[in-house]
Design a protein around this ligand. Structure first.
Ligand SMILES: *Cc1c(COP(=O)(O)O)cnc(C)c1O
Length: 375
C-alpha cells in the first residue's frame, strides 16, 4: 500500500486546488496581507456557521486559549480546572499566565471531562473550567454548564479538535461545538478538521463586552490605534490563511462526514474483537473524528505500533505523556495527582489514520492488517 499517512492534506488540496490557488493569488494581488475584508468576512462566516455573535480570528489555537484566559481578568493563583488527558497547549497557557491548573479525570468512554470530578474539584478559587472536545467529540456540556452557572464560573471550550461537531441538549436543542462556552477557542492548524495552510486560530463568544476585550487583547491592548489600554499580545490570522479558510469552510460538513464514514468502516471491521474497544459515540454528541482512537487490552501496544509501521501503516499515541506528568509543570507537583482513568487511558489508547480522503481500499488494508496484528 502506497504512502499511508495519519492525515493526507495533499489529496484534499488537489480537489480544491483551483479555488485555493485563486484565493491565495487574489490576496497577493490585493496586497492586503493583514486584516482586511478576507479576515473580517471569514469571522462573519464562522460566526454564522458556529452560531455565535462574535468571532475574533487570531494566530493559533494556543493564543486563542491564552487570550480567552486573559480576557477573564484572572489573577495569579486563580485555579483553572482542565483535563490532563489533552494536548499540552490547553494547560500550558494556564501556567504561562501564572494561574494554577487543577486536573480532573476524564470519562473512560468519551475521553472528555468527568462532570462529577469537576464538581469535586471546585473551590472558592476556581475561576475557569476548560472542557476539551477531545478527538472530535463534544464534552457533556449540559451538566457542565449547569454546574458552572451554579458556581458562576466561566467555561472556556477548547474546540480545537471538534469544529463541525455538535451537541444535543435534553430538550432536543442541537447546537454546534464552540457555541456553548462563555468563550470558545479553536485552531486552524493544517491537520485540524478545518485546517489552513499555516497557523491560525479563532475565539468565539456571545458576550459583546468580552468580544471587545478579546479583540483588544489580541491587538496589543488597543481599540484605537496607538492608544494601549491594557497589556495584550500580537495575535493575528493573516489574510492568505483567511482566504484559504473561506474556501474550506463550506467543505467542513463534508469533511466531517468523510471522517465519520471512515470511523464507521473501522468500527464495523473491529466489532466483536475482545482486545479492541472502538470509540464510544455519546448519543448527545455528533462526533467529528479528529482522531480515531481505540483502547487496546491484552496486547503489547509498542509491538503493535512496530508491526503496523513494518506494514507501512502509521499510528500515533495521543498523547504519550499526560499533562500532569509533564516536566513543564514540575513546580505544580501534579505528577502524583489521582487521575486513574487518565493514567489508564494513557497506557492503552492508539490512533489510526483518519482524514477526509481515505479510500475503501486503504481502510480495508489498514483494518485487515491491524486485526492480523492484534490477533
Ligand atoms: C491543536 C490544539 C491546540 C492548539 O492549537 P495550535 O493552533 O496548535 O496552537 C489546543 N488544544 C487542543 C486540544 C488541540 O488539539
Amino acid at each position: 500500500m502506497h504512502n499511508l499517512q495519519m492525515v493526507d492534506l495533499k489529496r484534499q488540496y488537489q480537489k480544491i486546488k483551483p479555488e485555493i490557488d485563486a484565493a491565495i493569488h487574489q490576496v497577493i494581488d490585493s496586497t492586503i496581507f493583514i486584516g482586511g475584508s478576507e479576515v473580517n468576512t471569514l469571522a462573519a462566516e464562522l460566526a454564522a456557521y458556529v452560531g455565535v455573535k462574535h468571532v475574533i480570528p487570531c494566530a493559533n489555537g494556543t493564543d486563542a486559549l491564552q487570550i480567552a484566559l486573559m480576557a477573564l481578568g484572572l489573577k495569579p493563583g486563580d485555579e483553572v480546572i482542565t483535563p490532563s488527558f489533552t494536548y499540552m497547549a490547553t494547560v500550558e497557557v494556564v501556567a504561562l499566565l501564572g494561574l494554577t491548573p487543577v486536573f480532573v479525570d476524564v470519562h473512560p468512554d468519551t475521553f472528555t471531562l468527568n462532570v462529577e470530578s469537576v464538581k469535586n474539584a471546585i473551590t472558592p478559587n476556581t475561576k475557569a473550567i476548560i472542557p476539551v472536545h477531545l478527538y472530535g467529540q463534544c464534552a457533556d456540556m449540559e451538566p457542565l454548564m449547569a454546574l458552572a452557572q451554579a458556581h458562576n464560573i466561566p467555561l472556556i471550550e477548547d474546540n480545537a479538535q471538534a469544529i463541525g461537531g455538535s451537541y444535543t441538549f435534553s430538550d432536543g436543542r442541537t447546537v454546534k461545538t464552540g457555541s456553548m462556552g462563555t468563550i470558545s477557542c479553536t485552531s486552524f492548524f493544517p491537520s485540524k478538521n478545518l485546517g489552513c495552510y499555516g497557523d491560525g486560530g479563532a475565539i468565539f463568544t456571545n458576550d459583546s463586552a468580552l468580544a471587545e476585550r478579546l479583540k483588544m487583547i489580541a491587538n496589543h491592548g488597543q481599540k484605537e490605534r496607538y492608544y494601549h489600554e491594557m497589556v495584550g499580545c500580537n495575535s493575528r490570522l493573516d489574510a492568505i490563511q483567511a482566504a484559504i479558510l473561506r474556501v474550506k469552510l463550506p467543505q467542513l460538513d463534508g469533511y466531517c462526514s468523510a471522517r465519520r464514514a471512515a470511523a464507521d468502516y473501522y468500527d464495523a471491521a473491529f466489532a466483536g474483537n475482545p482486545r479492541i474497544t472502538t470509540p464510544y459515540r455519546a448519543p448527545n454528541a455528533y462526533h467529528v473524528f479528529h482522531q480515531y482512537t481505540l483502547r487496546l487490552s491484552g496486547v503489547d501496544r509498542d509491538g503493535v505500533q512496530q508491526q503496523l509501521a513494518a506494514r507501512n501503516i502509521p499510528s500515533m499515541i495521543y498523547y504519550p505523556v499526560p499533562c500532569h506528568k509533564q516536566g513543564m509543570l514540575k513546580a505544580y507537583n501534579t505528577a502524583d495527582a489521582v487521575l486513574p482513568v487518565t493514567n489508564m487511558l494513557n497506557e492503552c489508547v492508539i490512533s489510526l489514520p483518519i482524514h477526509t480522503e481515505l479510500t475503501e481500499e486503504e481502510l480495508s488494508y489498514i483494518s485487515k492488517n491491524f486485526l492480523e496484528i492484534i490477533g
